[in-house]
Design a binder for this molecule. Sequence first.
Ligand SMILES: Cc1cc2nc3c(=O)[nH]c(=O)nc-3n(C[C@H](O)[C@H](O)[C@H](O)COP(=O)(O)OP(=O)(O)OC[C@H]3O[C@@H](n4cnc5c(N)ncnc54)[C@H](O)[C@@H]3O)c2cc1C
Length: 434
Amino acid sequence: MAWDFATEPEFEEKLVWMREFVHEEIFPIETLKLSYDQVIKVIKPLQDQVRAKGLWAAHLPGELGGVGFGQVKLGLMHEVLGQTPYGPVVFGNNAPDSGNAELLATGMEMTGRHDIRERWLDPLLNGTMRSGFSMTEPGTAGSDPRLLASTAVRDGEEWVLNGRKWYTTNGSVADILIVMAVTNPEVHPYQGSSMFVVPVGTPGVSILRDVGSMDDPEVTYGRFGNHAEILYEDVRVPADHLIGPEGSGFLLAQARLGPGRIHHCMRWLGQSQRAFDMMCERALSRYTHGSLLADKQTVQNWIADSRAEMHAARLMTLHAAWKMDQVGASASRDEIAMIKYYGATVLHNVIDRSLQTHGSLGYSADMPLEAMYRAARAARIYDGPDEVHRQTVARHALKNYTASEVPSDHIPTRAAAAREKFAGMLEFLEADSA
Ligand SMILES: Cc1cc2nc3c(=O)[nH]c(=O)nc-3n(C[C@H](O)[C@H](O)[C@H](O)COP(=O)(O)OP(=O)(O)OC[C@H]3O[C@@H](n4cnc5c(N)ncnc54)[C@H](O)[C@@H]3O)c2cc1C
């Protein structure tokens, strides 16, 4: 019977190397206040080491320049990389570039158009091109992409795009934007939307601003990781900038978001573990009211609850990854939805408890916890708000049940049925005991 929680030894060796590398070589970079260009220069030799180890862009199959790990291995890898914001970029699988590369690869598979690889996929993988993913609009609910208002209309050998997007992460530093727009309003939205590659310099593309947010309320325009508001006004792109067939926008979005959510959840676990480590160290170091924090039952409860919740989230996420490897993203929808809202809540709670354990130090920028806390808050919103994923899971669960005026477990009703079923036996028992 196959029911194995162990990591195969060859891959465990790789994880050991990654843990050490991330801890020793990447963690220190966090503390340097570097511009985007400086970061790129500092991490270049580290990226070369990752390439030499054969771990670069592991999310893509071998034939596309990746490593071809399945989701379980990728998940375990992301748990290590997610401990630090620079981890994914050093390993060539940072959002949104990694998801966009997957989307381009899926589009290529759907149409057999291999020019996509040379034009956009390879440069993204090599890190010589940056991308943004432009789906969410300020004027319509991102939680329900069926309401998408941006349009793309075919005009001869071109598509003409119009719309306003926001929260396009890295939009202000990107070379290309992948834009989702309605191409056929006559059919169901799931069949009527498409994705396009829009080079940033195309006339009609206006990057209006980087949106100030909990990430950075006083945002400086053009910083890596910012979220841009972008106006697309009569933007003309050649017909071959359509990715996949016309009408495949939702399919492509799912191809991008399914694995992406597993990677997010595992990165959140890496972050949670880091916050947990800080909490335990501080609990053993801070003395107040006659004992260490580690001796207070409240703090012990925080530690115990955090461990249990992280363990549960980890098992759920690895199980979702395993299921995806076995039966694909679509059949694993519930598992992926569950880890999205459960994982985001665990991340938030563990960081919150760790911050509280540190008191004013935790609230200060002398510890990474305040920044981690702000980043964790966003996890409950992006990739679909938690409420939408809960709704999906609940709706699917409810399909297994039917309404019943008398509850199926109503004891008097069941007792009457049991008396009828065992009438003969009950008669015998009564006679026996008389
Ligand atoms: C840090 C960050 C990065 C992002 N990066 C990108 C990016 O790169 N590209 C991109 O296109 N988008 C990006 N987004 C946008 C993100 O995908 C959207 O914010 C998300 O899909 C929600 O859409 P919305 O903000 O329009 O919220 P709305 O759709 O307006 O929803 C608002 C709230 O309504 C509630 N709600 C919604 N539906 C339901 C329901 N069915 N039941 C109960 N309550 C419900 C939820 O609490 C939700 O938070 C990013 C967002 C953040 C915060």
